[in-house]
Design a protein around this ligand. Structure first.
Ligand SMILES: NC(=O)c1ccc[n+]([C@@H]2O[C@H](COP(=O)([O-])OP(=O)(O)OC[C@H]3O[C@@H](n4cnc5c(N)ncnc54)[C@H](OP(=O)(O)O)[C@@H]3O)[C@@H](O)[C@H]2O)c1
Length: 227
């Protein structure tokens, strides 16, 4: 498997460390060496940790390359009917706003919190996220995913502080109690591990746009132990 790594910044740099440690052939694409149809030839999987805007600017070349893509780029909207387009072109792509494997446990917990209304009358959700000052998007892609998983609309507050990698906290409050679920990243290595997990799985997936959480969940259902 030869990897085309888009971005070797704070997060892509961790993927690069893992590729080197595992002796996996790769090419790094950054501002000085942007991906082209020619330079992408011979790669089996693309892993992107470009910002969303930069990733979108290379969307067409990535489609044309016909190489499966694993992307963690955030702060972007997928073009309309992109999943259908990938199916037509017979290409599997995986995306995640957060490649932490532990995020899958959080996903399951939020799906339980989603059902609050079945036993509570007077409740509300709120959410707070903290990231480093260089983060371009706000609220974070992860915060938006959590909100979507919760099935509720609620305010998300964002804080940009030092070099904080990522803290997300969702709170379910009633007049008499608070339930708080917090996820805090200590090392960007977890995003690299998740993206590599996705890159190794992608050739087994049907064409289309897959959410990483669904890929991990189906592995768990198969009885395989990855957590
Ligand atoms: N899904 C997840 O699990 C996850 C986790 C963490 C971060 N992220 C997301 O990943 C993205 C990157 O975050 P980061 O903190 O790693 O960013 P970063 O440190 O700023 O790195 C960005 C990389 O993109 C390259 N780049 C910028 N503009 C380019 C262009 N026009 N053409 C080619 N390459 C270009 C940069 O290369 P140069 O240095 O040569 O400019 C650099 O290697 C963000 O969207 C962030 O939210 C996702």
């Amino acid at each position: 498997m030869k990897i085309a790594l888009l971005g070797k910044g704070k997060t892509g740099g961790k993927v690069l460390e893992q590729l080197i440690a595992e002796n996996i052939p790769h090419t790094v694409f950054d501002s000085k060496n942007p991906p082209t149809l020619e330079s992408l030839k011979g790669h089996d999987v693309v892993i992107s940790f470009y910002s969303g805007e930069v990733f979108l600017s290379y969307l067409q070349v990535l489609m044309d390359s016909k190489i499966p893509v694993v992307t963690g780029s955030t702060g972007m909207k997928w073009p309309e009917n992109f999943d259908i387009l990938l199916k037509e072109k017979k290409l599997p792509w995986i995306y995640a706003s957060n490649f932490s494997l532990g995020m899958n446990l959080v996903h399951q917990m939020i799906l339980i919190m989603k059902e609050a209304g079945s036993i509570l009358n007077d409740y509300k959700f709120s959410m707070h996220e903290v990231h480093h000052t260089k983060k371009l998007d706000s609220p974070s892609g992860t915060a938006l995913s959590w909100q979507k998983w919760s099935g509720h609309d609620f305010p998300i507050t964002s804080e940009r502080l030092g070099d904080t990698i990522g803290i997300h906290e969702i709170k379910l409050s009633t007049p008499t109690e608070d339930i708080t679920l917090k996820h805090e990243v200590h090392d960007r290595k977890i995003f690299a591990e998740g993206a590599m997990f996705a890159a190794k799985k992608i050739s087994t997936l049907a064409p289309g746009l897959h959410q990483f959480q669904d890929v991990v969940q189906s592995e768990i259902l198969k009885g395989k132990k990855h957590l």
